[in-house]
Design a protein around this ligand. Sequence first.
Ligand code: 3PY
Length: 252
Amino acid sequence: GRTYLRNALEAKKPGLGFWCTLPGAATVSTVLSTGGFNWTLLDAEHGAISDKDYFDLSLAVTAAGASPIIRVPWNEEWMIKRALDAGAHGVMTPMCHNADDARKVVSYCKYPPIGTRGYGPMFCPPMFNVKGSVYDAQADDKLLVIVQIESRKGIENVEEIAKVPGLDVLFIGPFDLAKQMQVPFGGEEHEGAIAKTLKAAHAAGKTAAIFCSNGEIAKKRLEQGFDMVSIAVDSACLAAEMERQMSFVTGV
Ligand code: 3PY
């Protein structure tokens, strides 16, 4: 079966991700053909992606050898169900403030008796390249449960959050974190909160992950000890490159 990101993390290899905000299987395939990525975040929180796009995008991601991780708009059972039933290898939820929030996400991601996930994984087996019965048997163990730490409360409660059974990854959203804490991005308090999360994740045996806007930042975070980082965002890459090309012509 295909469990690209989980396999990489278990082998202590870095999780390197493409952050996808634009729908379109051709775009995803083009980006992933450049190589190196083992996960792709399909962003249905802030991106131009909705649940109807999950199916085609997840197929394109898995076909290219990476794990589709879907960031749902909010920590709601029906939103998580739509993402999992489209065959996501993992789900990410925004704004996890405490252990109760994390326990809810875990419950929505796992079938009874562990959780409350509804049954209907018609489109999931191809994303893992397994038969339906194998998917059913392995889903609870293989799917990655990822919560975002990006608020003052989330940082205060990060040790308890990290200890929640069934939670796999603590993923820092540094931009929201700075805004929610109302501290300067990159300042002492902000970096302190990031370091606290890294430590708490590892103390509980969980994956420590963080959003990075570019490869230079991602390299630095990996050197700090993070296990999983984003490398670049499609829409930002397009805008930056278009601006650069135009500058050759306009001189500004
Ligand atoms: C954040 O930095 O707040 C994110 O969630 C990633 O865009």
